[in-house]
Design a protein around this ligand. Structure first.
Ligand SMILES: [Zn+2]
Length: 483
């Protein structure tokens, strides 16, 4: 019996998304990832005395866009606050964030969990600055004995998206996070490079006895940056809490850290409450007033989001599964749409996008964004198959040729003489020769041994190097053998 037969998990997630602006939220420093340590810095983001922040308008544009994508209300009046704390990686000792008047509130996301649509509430999304990065000497934060600070990331704009505690299973959480990241990617809010820390998750989780309503005491595990870590962390943390509850122990509300190497969560500090931060309005920044025209101008620039794209692809004839696979990657979906412009068979095209081309790119360490086979080239290849000019088997060698030479499929087919033989007269001549040379098999077939037909088809394919139109070969063979 699993502990999940006895307890139900309750989970909410705070997602930190680094926004895709060129410069930081309150100064003109570059937001580019990496770079030599402490080179993307200035007096403002280093928090030197006497400096004044200036809000980057592009950050507000992206926050509004994200809010619209997450079905939020965009506040007409919002403001920044100081969140006071000792931050070794944020020298001002406060973080400029938003407290009681965030820019986005009351949104939701519909996510598909094991075939059922589930709505997850979004409490709020607010803008804030990122902190720098502590570089620890040891393998992990808990075993390190010295640390340095890189301030390049200090002041990079963040959107913190807080969900309602609406998730009840690990599948719910992963479906929500995958959908959220996809939307942030499609809407251009963030580059969503999880491996570079552009998106980080704080997981709040508690357990309660099944059938009860009251929430249990929760823990918060900070700074997870991959879906697999979230899964493992939740598996570990829920089991740890279940064991403690079974033993009659109290769960302590605290902040924990995920130790990837050991596959466990560890206590970091007791959980702070909002009053511990002594929030107060940021006196150096004006309150933010967003008129409705501004919101509408941004709404008009909204790209097609994943849900709408999946629905459109299904209307073209793709299965829900195929539509899901193609939209899971923004680059693949973009490639597919471009190819569809000159192709009239969505299903066949989807098979080639998800199958042979994906495999070819993967083998060569490329992506759809830098595919040597262009969308137009793949579309022509698919049309050649559809028209019967080449067989699917020949097409497999043609796509490799396009990949390595960049030539168009028509050119390759012509140069290499790969066109399918659909000329009945030509095929009949070949078939007559084969039947004449295999009298015994002809006799077997006529005596009722139908498997002999496969042998003849094979012989014709061999004689034509796979270029004979298989449908015609079958038809002609049957006609000849019936004579
Ligand atoms: Zn700066």
């Amino acid at each position: 019996m699993s502990f999940l037969d006895k307890y139900e998990m309750v989970c909410g997630v705070e997602t930190h998304v680094e926004m895709a602006t060129k410069t930081k939220i309150f100064c003109g420093c570059s937001t580019e990832f990496g770079g030599e340590q402490n080179t993307h810095v200035c007096p403002v983001c280093l928090g030197l005395p006497g400096v004044l922040p200036v809000l980057n308008k592009e950050v507000v544009n992206l926050a509004i866009k994200a809010g619209l994508a997450l079905n939020c209300d965009i506040a007409e009046f919002s403001k920044f606050d100081r969140k006071n704390y000792f931050y070794p990686d944020l020298t001002k000792n406060y973080q400029t964030s938003q407290y009681d008047l965030p820019i986005c509130k009351n949104g939701w996301l519909d996510v598909m969990v094991n075939g059922t649509m589930k709505r997850i509430g979004i409490t709020r999304a607010h803008m804030e600055e990122d902190a720098g990065k502590l570089v620890h000497s040891g393998d992990t934060i808990t075993t390190s004995n010295s640390s340095g600070v890189d301030y390049n990331r200090t002041g990079v704009p963040l959107l913190e998206i807080v969900s309602e505690p609406d998730m009840r299973s690990i599948d719910d959480v992963l479906a929500y996070l995958e959908e959220l990241v996809q939307i942030m990617d499609y809407a251009g809010i963030s580059d969503c490079k999880l491996e570079q820390g552009s998106v980080r998750f704080d997981i709040n989780v508690s357990l309660r006895l099944k059938g009860t309503e009251t929430f249990g005491t929760r823990t918060e595990t900070k700074n997870l940056n991959s879906f697999s870590s979230v899964r493992r962390c939740l598996e570990y943390e829920t089991e740890r809490q279940a064991d403690a509850l079974d033993e009659g122990l109290e769960i302590i509300q605290e902040t924990r850290t995920w130790d990837e190497g050991r596959g466990m969560t560890l206590s970091l500090r007791s959980k702070e409450e909002a009053h511990d931060y002594r929030y107060f309005p940021e006196p150096d920044l004006m309150p933010l007033v967003i008129d409705r025209d501004w919101v509408e101008r941004i709404r008009a620039t909204m790209p097609e989001l994943p849900t709408a794209k999946r629905e459109r692809l299904q209307a073209l004839g793709l299965s829900a599964y195929d539509a899901g696979v193609i939209t899971a990657s923004k680059d693949m979906a973009f490639f597919f749409d471009q190819a569809m412009a000159t192709c009239d068979d969505a299903k066949l095209l989807a098979n080639w996008v998800m199958g042979d081309l994906s495999a070819l790119l993967k083998t060569n360490g490329r992506t759809f964004a830098d595919s040597p086979v262009s969308p137009a080239q793949l579309a022509s290849l698919v049309m050649l198959i559809k028209k019967g000019d080449i067989s699917g088997k020949i097409a497999k060698s043609v796509i490799e040729e396009i990949y390595s030479t960049g030539k168009d499929p028509e050119t390759i087919v012509k140069e290499k003489g790969l066109a399918q033989i659909s000329d009945a007269g030509e095929l009949e001549k070949i078939i007559d020769g084969i039947l004449a040379a295999n009298e015994k098999s002809v006799a077997d077939y006529k005596a009722g041994k139908e498997a002999a037909l496969g042998f003849f088809v094979g012989q014709v394919m061999k004689a034509t190097k796979g270029q004979a139109n298989p449908g015609m070969v079958n038809k002609l063979l049957k006609e000849k053998l019936a004579q």
